[in-house]
Design a protein around this ligand. Structure first.
Ligand code: CA2
Length: 148
């Protein structure tokens, strides 16, 4: 689908990227990741709407709005991945293709990170590749949307 819009949504604390914990999450800031997403999206003939919030309700509102404004969602829900049934319900209600992204390999860390509510609504999950995961997700999304 040429010119499709992908909502790239980031959850709590991801605004701290590049400032703290580079050993776990890599050296890139969220602004760096946004810039590389915009570049890759242009090559893929996609538009990207890149957002971050620390608030669960705000993320739910944006997912609800995506039903009208976007053609797919790439989501790193941060810690809400492991807790939020509200985000899961909003993703299901959106009826959009969803790709879940994590910078770190959530299966290699604490046990509580191994369960993801988001995964139940996701077409696929990319984790452990740092900022590259967002670009891989955009490539996968471009293919998914083309197929539909
Ligand atoms: O690996 C990921 O992308 C996570 O979604 C990141 C979340 C974590 O709760 C998930 O289990 C896995 C945490 C994001 C916090 O980001 C920070 C960045 C710099 C400094 C502190 C936190």
């Amino acid at each position: 689908m040429a010119g499709a819009t992908i909502l790239v949504l980031n959850g709590p604390n991801l605004n701290l990227l590049g400032v703290r914990e580079p050993a776990t999450y890599g050296p890139d800031t969220l602004a760096d990741i946004e810039e590389s997403c915009l570049e890759r999206a242009a090559e893929l003939d996609l538009a990207v709407d890149f957002r971050q919030s620390n608030h669960e309700g705000q993320l739910v509102d944006w997912i609800q709005e995506a039903r009208e404004n976007a053609d797919g969602i790439v989501l790193n829900a941060g810690a809400y991945t492991h807790t939020s049934i509200a985000i899961l319900d909003a993703l299901k209600a959106s009826e959009l293709p969803v790709i879940e992204v994590h910078l770190s390999n959530i299966h290699r860390r604490e046990n509580f990170r191994r369960h993801s509510y988001v995964s139940e609504a996701a077409q696929g999950v990319i984790c452990g590749f740092g900022a590259l995961g967002y670009l891989l997700a955009l490539e996968a999304m471009a293919q998914l949307i083309k197929r539909d």
